[in-house]
Design a protein around this ligand. Sequence first.
Ligand SMILES: C[S@@+](CC[C@H](N)C(=O)[O-])C[C@H]1O[C@@H](n2cnc3c(N)ncnc32)[C@H](O)[C@@H]1O
Length: 135
Amino acid sequence: MNLDGEFLESLSEARKERDANIAANLQRTIEGAAKKLDVFRYPSPSGIGHPTSKPVALMRDLCEIIGGQTILDPFMGSGTTLVACAKLGRKGIGIELDPDYFDIACERVRKAYDQPDFFVSSPGVPPAVQEDMGL
Ligand SMILES: C[S@@+](CC[C@H](N)C(=O)[O-])C[C@H]1O[C@@H](n2cnc3c(N)ncnc32)[C@H](O)[C@@H]1O
């Protein structure tokens, strides 16, 4: 191979390496952005009376993302999901094992209906009722 041929070959290799670096950097940038978009950031709630209560705004956003009519939270704890439902005018069903947390949830849902809205002008569903599951 003559000098021109070697030069063109090394130029071609340098371009391939450059393009591979650009592609790798782009991939890392896209993956980094996707990870950031997967993280929801909200202020932590306090004084609710449940050790793992979630922010109402988080549950509101999740309820909106999943769409549909009725939301079921089979582990409702202090009732954050149902508070979000009340504020969105969505029907919510909650199940909670611990009677103390159940009472906290009922009180929070009642208050959510009493304070018409910080999300919608008028909740379109009736207040919560406790149903006997026959257990
Ligand atoms: C992670 S906490 C839910 C917290 C809730 N998202 C909030 O904001 O308060 C899970 C709840 O599930 C309840 N739990 C656990 N096992 C249950 C069961 N088999 N049926 C109903 N509730 C249950 C626990 O008592 C606890 O309050």
